[in-house]
Structures are given as structure tokens and as C-alpha cells.
Design a protein around this ligand. Structure first.
Ligand SMILES: [Zn+2]
Length: 348
């Protein structure tokens, strides 16, 4: 994958000092700006034996071929089990996969780095997200950074650098990747993003790579359905039927693939109701720009206080949305609250 244009600058700066790169590199920045992509491109470049200067990894030398096959012995990617592809995740008897990097993973890394580099060149470790470690695990990693094996680079990726141990941060050279300009992100999304990716990026307040990832799971299409159905709710709509239809959606194949659940639906509802307030105040909607006209129509006769009430009500729903005991009732409650607030000014 070619890097998006906004990563050209950090890429150029990093590769300009390839021979002098420190052992620890900390890539930080907002979710979805491409930190992991940059780390992977840098790892690939460090392990490539043919590429020159600022060029990306060649893709055809032995190092590149092994890396592309996922079998490069000197490339280590350390992620929480929850982020591992199913084929590589360790067998688990029960429970949910861990969202934390575990101390066993760092110990295993330590012991494999004690051996000399298999290919005789550099070794690269990508750790993502580097903030997903408890203090014991972070301390084990710190030991590695304090006495790094020769020609080994540890690329730490995080969107929450402050959650890292200060000692860990101080052992790394920090690279902050900023949110791209809206134009640059928009151009990239239009080309590489997939269905609905631009709308998703707006909903997320930036994060083009995250938007593209979600679009690939069908979240863009799901968002369109959400906009259509919420936008159509009026004083006489049957929201009980809509709640039933959404409950079915959370269990249907497309809904499951797009991760449609109560937290996601209530999060979208919350952003939607925030935009209604913004529309009424005339400050410009923030998350659903494509629905600006529809929103202006919806709020035309609803008093501002009522819209604030709507936002507050949905916030309450959102706070308790993680594990509804009864999904159907939770959806009905949310949609009824919304309808009641919105209808007060629109009732004939
Ligand atoms: Zn190569």
C-alpha cells in the first residue's frame, strides 16, 4: 500500500536518517492517521536490502519476500490478542481475547531477540498500541529499550502517548503524526476509502484510515441506513417497529460485519442529536454534514430547549448502552425518547 500524501513528510524525515535511527521510535498521533501504516512501511524499509535512500521497500528482495509472506524471522509485530488475525491468535479455552499486550508476549520477544539476527541484518519490532500495557509489562519492555540488542529497532505506535510510562517515553525518539488537512484526507478517501468512507471520516472527526477500515466492513453503508431511518422519524412514525427492525439488524450478517450494536447505534444517535442542536443554533453540523438540509427541516419548529433535552436524554441512553439486558427495550427506549423530544414542536 502506498502511503497517503500527508505521511510523505514524516516518511522523508525518517528515511533520511535511516542509518542513524535510534533503537526506540515512538510514533504518536490521533486514531486513524496512519501511524501503524508508517511503522509498517518503515519496518519494511529497514528490512529491505535493495531499496536506496527515501525509496520504499523494493518488494522483491529476499527480505521483502519473506516479510510479504509473513515469515520474516527478524520482524516482530506485538499486538494484543484481540487485534490478531484469527489464524495467528493463540488457542483460547474461554473468555474474550485480551485487549492488552501481555507480559508473556514481551518475554517471548526478549528471548527471540537474544538470538542473533536470522538474516544477519537489522531486526524490527512493531508494538501497537504501545499504551496497552500494564506497568509490569511496560517495565519488561523498558529493559529491552535500556539494553537493546544490536541493530534492533523498536517502533512503538500509540494514539495515547501520555498513557505510556514516562521512562518508556524518554527512551524513545518521539514522532508526532498530526491529523491531515481535510482536503488531503478527502482526496485520499475519495480514491482509496470505499463506500461511505468520507461520511465516516466526518463522523469520526478525521481519522481517514480508520474510516477506510470501517468502510471495508460495511460501516459506511450501515451509516447510510441509519441516516435514512432516523431522518424519517416523525411524530406519527412507528418507532416500536423501527426498534424491532434494528434489533434484527444487530443480528443480521451485514449488521454483525459492521459491528452494529447498542453502543454504536446510541453513539450515532448522540452525534445526530448534537448536530440537531448545532443546526438549530446555526453553527453548522459537525458529524452529518450530508444531512444538513434535512436537519434544518427537522428542527425548524422544535424549540432549542427541547433539542438540548433530546441530547441529554440520548446521553443517558449512551452511558448505559454497553450491556443492555434487553436490546429490544433499550432500542425502543432510545427511539421513543428521541421521537418525544422532536415531536413536541411538530405536533399539529
Ligand atoms: Zn526489498
Amino acid at each position: 500500500m502506498t502511503l497517503p500524501a500527508w505521511l510523505d513528510k514524516p516518511w522523508g524525515d525518517l528515511t533520511a536518517r535511516l542509518e542513524r535511527l535510534p533503537h526506540g521510535i515512538l510514533l504518536s498521533g490521533p486514531v486513524g492517521v496512519g501511524k501503524r501504516l508508517l511503522a509498517e512501511a518503515l519496518a519494511a524499509r529497514l528490512l529491505c536490502t535493495d531499496a536506496k535512500d527515501g525509496a520504499p521497500a523494493c518488494g522483491s528482495c529476499t527480505g521483502c519476500r519473506l516479510r510479504l509472506a509473513g515469515t520474516h524471522p527478524d520482524l516482530h509485530v506485538v499486538v494484543p490478542e484481540a487485534d490478531m488475525p484469527e489464524e495467528t491468535a493463540p488457542a483460547r479455552k474461554s473468555g474474550k481475547p485480551s485487549t492488552q499486550i501481555l507480559i508473556e508476549q514481551i518475554r517471548a520477544l526478549q528471548s527471540s531477540l537474544e538470538l542473533t539476527a536470522h538474516m544477519g541484518g537489522r531486526r524490527v519490532v512493531v508494538i501497537d498500541p504501545a499504551d496497552a500495557m500494564n506497568p509490569f509489562t511496560a517495565n519488561a519492555l523498558l529493559k529491552l529499550l535500556e539494553e537493546p540488542p544490536r541493530a534492533t529497532h523498536l517502533l512503538l505506535v500509540t494514539s495515547a502517548p501520555r498513557r505510556l510510562l514516562p521512562t518508556l517515553r524518554s527512551r524513545c525518539q518521539a514522532w508526532a503524526i498530526p491529523q491531515p488537512e481535510a482536503d488531503a484526507a478527502g482526496a485520499w478517501l475519495a480514491e482509496a476509502g470505499g463506500a461511505g468512507a468520507t461520511r465516516l471520516s466526518q463522523l469520526l472527526g478525521g481519522s481517514p484510515l480508520e474510516a477506510a477500515r470501517l468502510a471495508g466492513q460495511g460501516v459506511g453503508e450501515a451509516l447510510q441506513r441509519f441516516e435514512r431511518e432516523v431522518g424519517a422519524i416523525g411524530p406519527n412514525s412507528d418507532v416500536i417497529a423501527l426498534a424491532g427492525s434494528w434489533e434484527g439488524w444487530t443480528k443480521a450478517r451485514d449488521g454483525l460485519a459492521a459491528g452494529i450494536d447498542m453502543p454504536r447505534l446510541s453513539d450515532w444517535m448522540l452525534r445526530w442529536s448534537w448536530d440537531l442542536v448545532a443546526s438549530k443554533c446555526g453553527v453548522g453540523v459537525r458529524y452529518f454534514d450530508g444531512q444538513r438540509q434535512m436537519m434544518a427541516r427537522l428542527v425548524e419548529r422544535v424549540p432549542l430547549a427541547q433539542l438540548f433535552d433530546c441530547y441529554n436524554q440520548i446521553s443517558q441512553v449512551r452511558r448505559s448502552a454497553s450491556h443492555p439486558l434487553n436490546m429490544r427495550l433499550a432500542l425502543e427506549d432510545m427511539l421513543l425518547r428521541y421521537q418525544r423530544c422532536l415531536s413536541s414542536g411538530n405536533r399539529p
